[in-house]
Design a binder for this molecule. Structure first.
Ligand code: GLC
Ligand code: GLC
Length: 812
């Protein structure tokens, strides 16, 4: 069952009924100002940091799930009837309801009693504001007198404090109203030099800024008293809950359309120029007024929208493909890179499942996310790499998370996730291959953001690799620390008290539990760093890394091979985790995918055996589960993984992030049919037809799909912010379609299904445009290349001299 359809030409998903199984959302903004918007106009906005600079309030755990947002109300002033053209929060039946989620914008609206209204929401490039462009058309035979009410609820900036510190917060709210602009200035009097503003293009006949005055006591957003009455009360908030609402009166002739522009913005003033006149307590509005005037002009708004569209055209234009499969095309060309940009922008901080008050940017998460966006925004990727490295500790370890606003490591969660530092090498290698910008390695970067500790980025990478080498356990495998990629496999954190954190309750010495996964990651990262070292002329150092890698591979085959698959780990007592010896959790997906992806076992046949075990024991029609059999009870020595009921999250859920590792592994093993088969099992577009089961958005990946042990097998959760986005993009573009940026050129190594006759691709790489045609001449994956009409040895297209290069690849 579907709740909409893909409009690929416009790069939109069109939702045609508002009651989607879960809120289906989109992201607005791509630089500093961001918003989340659901298909019924729910959601919230923030500046840079969802926790520390929240503009609008959002109530978690609300009923219904998605309530509170960017609501507009229409009222028929003759009958007194009122409704909301985004369906929520009044929930009146709309005709022609439609929500178009596009690249950085959403258009939501519908018709009620002959009045059609649609609002286009977006954030103009380079501005800290959002536009709500609302068009209202009278489709009745008679003229109509309407009232239009806007509404937002302001957050008192720090979203965590806003949701908890009521004894203070109920007394600090302050606003100013100037003409039709509402200014929210809580805490401006003292330490803040920023405020929010809410403007309207039409003359207003009233406003409200106190929530109780607008909504009314004992009422909700579904029937605000001001709307019911048809009159705002010009309330000024002193404390309690500041809101913004404009009241506009409209008379529309039959067939007439009017447009009202609402703007919600964020403004910072120089500290010395906070007040106007100086010495007063009145906000200096000069800066805000300029921006407001510009965007209350419909012509400028249209220009800004076109600029946003061409921004996305440029981003997506870097890589476009035309394959025999529409789900592949749609995800590769549109939605997967769109999701990668969302993970670049907000990492795991703000979605409908990540509250924006918990995690900031994750070290391992953001390092991996680089794989999915580095080709679109290389200079911003550079900045991200340097920011991440600056949260590294002198030991080579890393803060697990940091706040994007302050860029400081998060002390609550701390460090000692032993895989973290290695991901920096993976991300940096991807950047180097994409851009050829070797200068990044010489950039001075501090440790723990301490001035004076700066060392070249390259030194950070050296410390990353040494961090693992200096922390090996009894079998010579890397010690796991608090956790490796699997945050919930907590082998040193025996947590037996309610409310304790599974990962940070480290009460074991940590000298025994080892991770085969980190061993595989070390093999991959070690090879990458060896290559980088060699290219920097450090042959000896490079050789040392390769020797360590070879030794680790040996150790993995000796202590990490279980007979039919790779072992997952050794626990604190030296017992195997993820082995046939175990009662539950006999086989884990991570080491199978990652070891093979890193090249382990390709020669001795263990890779193929491990992948066959995945197919036999872990694969389901909805994707491959993380482990089997699921843990049926809590194991103190395994931690959070066994806290989840069977089939959910890391306890045998389909944790989509690691599925592409198996796709890449299958591609490395030369099995294109299987690689694409796995790709399509979790491809959101390919699951659109079962939206009533999948329930999350059919245009972006979720973090998890319930595994076969769960009663809700196939149901997705936690959409949008997941490493799944980057890894799937990387798997399909670089390993299945096989278009791979390399140090010496663009490598062409497709491993596609046998029944594909080929595909076309267009890739911009190092300033040149490659027009690639892949043609299958027979079974197999051997590649013969013709570049600009000339046969080339090997499968690397040398760096092009010209701006356009034609590549013909024959495989068979
Ligand atoms: C979440 C975390 C990520 C971790 C994964 C598996 O997605 O953000 O860091 O690797 O869970 O536990
Ligand atoms: C929880 C989640 C896991 C996530 C981690 C992040 O353990 O289950 O998916 O990676 O939190 O801290």
């Amino acid at each position: 069952m579907q709740f909409g359809y893909f409009d690929d030409k416009n790069r939109e998903y069109v939702i045609t009924r508002p009651d989607t199984p879960l809120p289906w959302i989109n992201y607005l903004g791509c630089q500093a100002y961001f918003g989340l918007i659901s298909n019924t106009a729910g959601g919230y906005s923030f500046y840079r940091d969802a926790r520390l600079r929240r503009l609008t309030r959002y109530r978690y755990n609300n009923v219904p799930f998605d309530l509170g947002g960017r609501y507009i109300y229409l009222r028929d002033d003759e009958s007194g009837d009122y409704w909301s053209p985004s369906w929520a929060p009044t929930y009146y039946d709309l005709e022609d309801y439609e929500c178009r989620h596009g690249m950085g914008y959403s258009i939501i609206g519908g018709r009620y009693s002959g009045i059609e209204a649609r609002t286009r929401y977006f954030v103009p490039m380079d501005e800290n504001l959002e536009v709500w462009q609302c068009s209202i058309t009278n489709r009745r035979a008679d003229h109509v007198e309407l009232s239009v009410f806007s509404s937002v609820e302001f957050c008192l900036w720090d979203a965590q404090d806003d949701a908890t510190n009521f004894q203070r917060n109920f007394s600090i709210g302050e606003v100013e109203v100037d003409g039709s602009v509402i200014y929210h200035k809580t805490e401006y009097r003292e330490r803040r030099n920023h405020f929010a503003w809410f403007a309207c293009s039409a003359p207003i006949s009233g406003f409200d800024t106190q929530r109780d005055a607008f909504v009314g006591p004992y009422r909700g957003w579904d029937r605000p008293i001001a709307v019911e009455r048809g009159e705002a009360s010009n309330s000024i908030a002193h404390g309690w809950a500041p809101v913004g609402s404009h009241h506009v009166k409209l008379m529309l002739e039959p067939g007439e359309t009017r447009q009202i522009i609402f703007l919600l913005g964020y403004q910072e003033n120089e500290v010395e120029q906070k007040f106007d006149p100086p010495g007063s307590q009145t906000i200096n509005k000069a800066g805000a007024r300029v921006v407001i005037a510009k965007y209350l002009d419909a012509g400028n708004v249209e220009k800004a929208f076109q600029a946003l569209r061409s921004h996305w055209c440029d981003l997506l234009g870097v890589c476009q493909v035309d394959t025999p499969d529409e789900h592949t095309n749609r995800m590769v060309n549109i939605w997967n890179p769109c999701q990668c940009m969302a993970t670049f922008n907000v990492s795991r901080s703000a979605s409908f499942y990540e509250s924006g008050i918990g995690r900031g940017l994750g070290f391992r998460d953001s390092s991996q996310d680089l794989l999915g966006f580095v080709h679109m925004v290389p200079s911003r990727a550079r900045e991200r790499i340097l920011d991440l490295a600056a949260t590294q500790l002198p030991t080579g370890g890393a803060y697990h998370q940091y706040q994007p606003l302050t860029k400081r490591g998060n002390n609550d969660i701390g460090s000692n996730f032993n895989d973290d530092p290695l991901w920096l090498i993976i991300g940096t290698a991807a950047y180097l291959k994409e851009t050829g910008d070797w200068s990044i390695l010489d950039e001075p970067v501090p440790y723990d953001n301490q001035p004076g500790t700066e060392q070249p980025l390259y030194e950070h990478l050296q410390r990353s690799i040494r961090y693992t080498m200096e922390r090996l356990g009894p079998h010579g495998l890397p010690l796991i620390g608090r956790a490796d990629w699997n945050d919930c496999l907590n082998l040193n954190c025996f947590s037996d008290t309610p409310g304790q954190s599974f990962q940070t309750t480290t009460n074991k010495e940590g000298k025994v539990a080892e991770s085969v996964f980190i061993a595989a990651l070390f093999v991959l990262a070690g090879r990458e760093l060896a290559e980088i070292a060699a290219r920097r002329g450090l042959a000896q150092e490079s050789g040392r890394y390769l020797a360590e890698v070879a030794r680790m591979e040996q150790t993995v085959s000796q202590h990490g091979w279980d007979g039919k698959w790779f072992v997952r780990a050794y626990d604190d007592s030296g017992r195997k985790v993820g082995s046939a010896e175990c009662d539950e959790g006999k086989i884990f997906i991570e080491p199978q995918g990652f070891a093979v992806l890193a090249g382990i076992g390709l020669e001795d046949g263990t890779a193929a055996t491990a992948l066959d075990s995945v197919r036999e024991l872990l694969a389901t029609p909805h994707g491959s589960v993380l482990q089997q059999p699921a843990y049926s009870r809590y194991y103190l020595h395994l931690g959070e993984i066994s806290s989840y009921p069977p089939g959910y999250k890391e306890n045998a859920g389909i944790f989509c992030h690691n599925n592409p590792w198996v796709m890449i592994a299958e591609a490395r093993a030369g099995r294109g049919d299987r690689a694409l088969d796995y790709y399509l099992r979790i491809n959101p577009s390919a699951r659109e037809g079962i939206s009533e089961i999948h329930r999350c958005e059919p245009y972006v990946y979720p973090q998890m799909i319930a595994g076969r042990d769960a009663p809700t097998h196939g149901e997705a959760k936690n959409s949008w912010l997941t490493g799944t986005a980057a890894w799937n993009y990387y798997a399909i573009t670089q390993w299945i379609l096989g278009i791979r940026p390399g140090y010496d050129g663009l490598e062409i190594a497709p491993v596609i299904p046998e029944d594909w006759s080929g595909f076309l691709a267009m890739r911009t790489f190092r300033g040149a445009k490659y027009h690639i045609t892949v043609r299958r001449a027979g079974p197999g994956n051997r590649v013969a290349l013709v570049v600009d009409g000339k046969a080339v040895d090997g499968n690397i297209v040398p760096l092009a001299g010209g701006a356009e290069t034609t590549v013909e690849a024959t495989i068979g």
